[in-house]
Design a protein around this ligand. Structure first.
Ligand SMILES: C[S@@+](CC[C@H](N)C(=O)[O-])C[C@H]1O[C@@H](n2cnc3c(N)ncnc32)[C@H](O)[C@@H]1O
Length: 292
């Protein structure tokens, strides 16, 4: 169904949807999480947040990420990631900057298209590539602190004016039917209802025009996607996470890859093979061309 309230793709600046009841925008440089006692830099993600932090979630977010009404980020790492996006978005951004996508993935994406919708855009690892490939990019991102970082990056980028950053979720995209040439998500979509699921995939396909492409980059549930008619592409070659410095590699490994931290220390370099970190490298995508 077309959503009549959907903003036009060409609008210069998106009207932000109703913002969460979290008070007025803080002054520049005073992010909401700066009021919180920072976790020890090295405290691992699974131990970083407690149930006391769940209050950062808006009711809309809580309905998706806490479907039973409660949860404990120390027992639910997916919930811990959601708290990271809201409480320490810069820490996430340091990790995402190190985990660069295989250049084959970006090269594979259509170029010179008119409209691209990205869902779960985060701090813009992919968005910053998409502005060179489409005239109009809409980056949908539910976490307000992530949107703020992405807007800041776009404002400093040559073609940043091509992208608009809007609030939204996989299961309710604020875009009209058949309106994008490419609908894409990077490291964001999962089969779980709160992070996409059947409804989210149907929404991405609704927004994609006939003959256009829906692409899920760095998927971790390939079987589920192939069962939904998606095809798999993988780009070969060795891949390493490229941390800003050796110290950065050690600190981020302690938070995100605690089991690999000793090996990262031993390697003594800022370049750490993904196998050492124990995760699949960002070399895969799944895609479906919408029936014309
Ligand atoms: C691992 S981050 C990936 C961010 C970015 N795409 C990147 O590659 O760095 C996952 C992102 O998905 C967003 N996300 C989580 N649940 C979502 C949902 N239901 N709808 C849309 N985005 C969601 C998060 O806020 C977060 O920004």
């Amino acid at each position: 169904m077309t959503r009549p309230e959907a903003p036009a793709w060409e609008d210069p600046e998106p009207p932000e949807g109703p913002e969460p009841p979290e008070g007025p925008e803080p002054p520049e440089g005073l992010e909401p999480h700066s009021c919180r006692t920072p976790a020890s830099p090295a405290l691992e993600l699974r131990k970083r947040y407690t149930t006391a932090d769940l209050g950062v979630l808006t009711p809309e977010e809580a309905s998706r990420f806490l479907p039973q009404g409660d949860g404990d980020p120390q027992n639910d790492v997916i919930l811990a990631w959601e708290l990271l996006y809201r409480l320490e978005p810069e820490l996430y951004d340091r990790l995402a900057s190190a985990e660069r996508l295989h250049p084959g993935i970006v090269g594979w994406l259509p170029c010179g298209v008119d409209r691209i919708a990205e869902v779960g855009a985060g701090t813009g690892r992919l968005t910053m590539e998409l502005i060179g490939r489409g005239q109009h990019v809409v980056a949908v991102e539910p976490a307000r602190p992530m949107r703020r970082i992405l807007r800041r990056k776009l404002a400093a980028a040559d073609q940043g004016h091509r992208a608009r950053v809007v609030h939204g979720f996989f299961d309710k995209l604020p875009l009209p039917d058949d309106s994008a040439d490419l609908v894409v998500a990077c490291s964001a979509f999962t089969p779980a209802a709160g992070h996409g699921g059947e409804t989210g995939l149907a929404e991405m396909e609704r927004v994609c025009r006939p003959g256009g492409c829906v692409a899920i980059l760095w998927p971790n549930h390939l079987g589920w996607l192939t069962a939904h008619g998606y095809r798999h592409v993988s780009f070969p070659g060795p891949m390493s996470a490229e941390f800003g410095s050796y110290a950065d590699a050690v600190e981020l490994a302690e938070v995100f890859f605690p089991r690999a931290a000793d090996e990262v220390r031993r390697l003594g370099t800022r370049m750490v093979p993904f196998e050492v970190l124990g995760i699949n490298p960002p070399r895969d995508l799944a895609f479906k061309v919408q029936a014309g």
